[in-house]
Design a protein around this ligand. Structure first.
Ligand code: F6R
Length: 609
């Protein structure tokens, strides 16, 4: 996720100030580096650097750039580390073209190879830079009458992947060239000024009149005009007027970041699956070569690791696998030695408990793979192999989209291990891989759509409760643990998760009429057993809420049910089953008048022991 903005105006004042303000509104989309380019006196002037907008703005005095047409970018690093060279905008060899991009150009290596052969010089490791050089190459190869728009259109037919692109060329100093596929791009219109941005808040203070570009559309904006076409045919722009306030719009119209992030899961899951296969193969080799494996993490990330741990145990039959809460690592210090492979899971990559545990393990000679969401954070920097979820910035304190992205990344590794160990053949491997990237986001979207209203209604039923239980069996336990954590941390209802079979050994003692019991019940070998546990609870008057599949007998024994589509693989069940639990927690918090984004006593990144 990156944030992009472009502005062109016939008014005399420079647009650098508006671009800088717009980038601040887009910072939630990424903050690894910042850059802007403006055309002034027939030349492109670019300022960019690593770091967040406030720092870069002060350091480079971004607002000092002159020019009435410009583009800007705030980056969430994907290709190449977050440094000045990889910061957008990117130029061609002549310096006449500058471009910013959000998305991933999947075939950029092939395109780069082609351009290198043609003599182009690259200044970054990004996929984006190929766009500027491709436009340059098209213009070079054509006769001199070729307009920039024609070269731009040809380039768009050559790139594959996802993109929102804005591009400037000194030959047409008032025009901004735009293209969109699968990454957001909206146009803002006012009489003498036009905007394009990843999100409306970027220009909301200047206009509420918006045109949303659709996939496959190519557009140009000048101070007075908007031109859009698709497949060579002109499109009549449809303008709508938004009613958002600047403050609320930063959440793209959602009342809270947490809800926005729950809804972003289909995108974050799809992006996470674009990870380079070589990295997964490397991870799988490290796992297969290790003498023992230890998952290390805290909180929600620990539960993601726990899902991985169960599957690793199933596959790596003769290899010891452990899952350790990072703050408890001293108790397991005997596990950390040469030959041990640590898999550290941490969204922020900065959690001190995890840092301490992995630092100790590294000193004892253990190897380290990290799974983080924040690029180049501390824990990845200690690792031999850093794998990144591509969930984008998560602002709500309670982790949602980063958790499901962690589970998916682990599922991808597990699939690789199943293939390497001969559990599945190459056809199944390819098929499941495709399903992980295509089917998982689709199923999650369906689950959100079908269950959001139900979660909202359930919130009004359970909001006044003091306690709740989350019950599961087998591999569903991490889901129950995560559901209980979500509910307690943002709604302050005490929530306890335990294996359903344990209830009769103590916890059932406090169950009374209308005590909420949430049962995670996939339709597998656990079906009859968990049905029995539900009956025990019902007999004491519990209010049974089941998260289950169509045809599971528990539905008839439940007071309230959420139906989850049967997963194509049990590997994604910890994702599909957790989504309704996130929504139950969110809506219960809201129903109680609390702020789910900022639960009391908690912080997003925990850098204390
Ligand atoms: C709960 C939550 C926390 C974090 C934990 C670890 O919603 O977000 O439990 O999972 O503090 O944080 P990371 O993943 O940054 O190491």
């Amino acid at each position: 996720m990156c944030g992009i903005i472009a502005i062109t105006t016939s008014m005399k004042k420079p647009v650098s100030k508006m671009i800088t303000t717009g980038l601040k509104r887009l910072e939630y989309r990424g903050y690894d580096s910042v850059g802007i380019s403006l055309i002034h006196d027939g030349k492109i002037h670019t300022l960019k650097d690593k770091g967040q907008i406030d720092l870069v703005e002060k350091k480079l005095d971004l607002r000092s750039l002159k020019g009435t047409t410009g583009i800007g970018h705030t980056r969430w690093a994907t290709h190449g580390p977050p440094n000045k060279e990889n910061a957008h905008p990117h130029a061609d060899c002549t310096g006449n073209i500058t471009v910013v991009h959000n998305g991933i150009i999947e075939n950029y290596l092939d395109l780069k190879q082609y351009l290198l052969k043609k003599g182009h010089k690259f200044s970054s490791e990004t996929d984006t830079e190929v766009i500027a050089h491709l436009v340059e190459e098209e213009l070079k190869q054509s006769d001199t009458s070729m307009k920039v728009i024609h070269a731009f259109k040809r380039v768009i037919t050559k790139i594959e992947g996802t993109y929102a692109i804005t591009l400037l060329h000194t030959a047409e100093p008032e025009t901004i060239f735009l293209a969109k596929k699968d990454s957001p791009l909206v146009i803002g219109v006012q009489d003498d000024i036009k905007f394009a941005a990843s999100d409306i808040p970027a220009f909301l203070e200047y206009t509420k009149k918006v045109i949303a570009l659709n996939n496959g559309e190519i557009a140009t904006i000048t101070p007075k005009t908007v031109y859009i076409e698709k497949n060579g045919f002109k499109i009549q722009p449809k303008t709508f007027t938004v009613t958002w306030t600047v403050e609320s719009a930063q959440k793209s119209g959602y009342p809270h970041f947490m809800l926005k992030e729950i809804h972003e899961q289909p995108i974050s899951l799809r992006n996470t699956m674009t990870i380079n296969s070589k990295k997964i193969e490397q991870a799988s080799q490290m796992i297969l070569n290790a003498k023992k494996i230890v998952f290390l993490a805290c909180g929600t990330s620990y539960y993601a690791g726990l899902s991985g741990f169960h599957q690793f145990q199933r596959i790596l039959k003769n290899k010891p696998v452990y899952s350790v809460i990072a703050s408890e690592y001293q108790l397991y210090s005997h596990l950390f030695d040469k030959g041990t492979l640590i898999i550290a899971v941490s969204q922020s990559g900065e959690t001190l408990d995890v840092m301490k545990a992995v630092s100790y393990a590294r000193k004892q000679g253990s190897d380290l793979i990290s799974i983080a969401n924040v690029i180049d954070s501390s824990i990845p920097r200690l690792s031999q192999l850093s794998l990144y979820t591509k969930a984008g910035p998560e602002i709500g304190v309670a982790a949602t989209k980063t958790h499901t992205a962690q589970v998916l990344l682990l599922a991808r590794i597990i699939l690789q291990l199943e293939f390497e160990t001969g559990i599945i053949d190459v056809n199944k491997f390819d098929d499941y891989k495709k399903q992980l990237s295509e089917e998982t986001p689709r199923v999650v979207r369906t689950i959100i759509n079908q269950n959001e209203f139900k979660a909202k209604r359930l919130a009004s039923i359970i909001a006044d409760k003091q306690h709740s239980y989350f019950l599961a069996r087998g591999k569903s336990m991490p889901v129950a643990l995560e559901g209980a954590l979500k509910l307690k941390e943002i709604s302050y209802i005490h929530a306890e998760a335990f294996p359903a079979g344990e209830s009769k050994h103590g916890p059932i003692a406090i169950v009374e009429k209308d005590f909420p019991v949430i049962m995670i019940a996939p339709n597998d070998w656990t079906a009859n057993k968990i049905l029995g546990n539900a009956e025990e609870m019902r007999a004491r008057g519990a209010y049974i809420i089941s998260i289950t599949e169509r045809d599971h007998p528990i539905i008839k024994r439940s007071d309230y049910s959420f139906i989850i589509p049967k997963a194509f693989s049990s590997l994604i069940e910890p994702i599909t089953y957790v989504v309704p639990l996130q929504m139950i927690a969110y809506y219960t918090s809201v129903y109680k008048g609390l702020d789910p984004d900022k639960p009391k006593n908690l912080a997003k990144t925990v850098t204390v022991e």
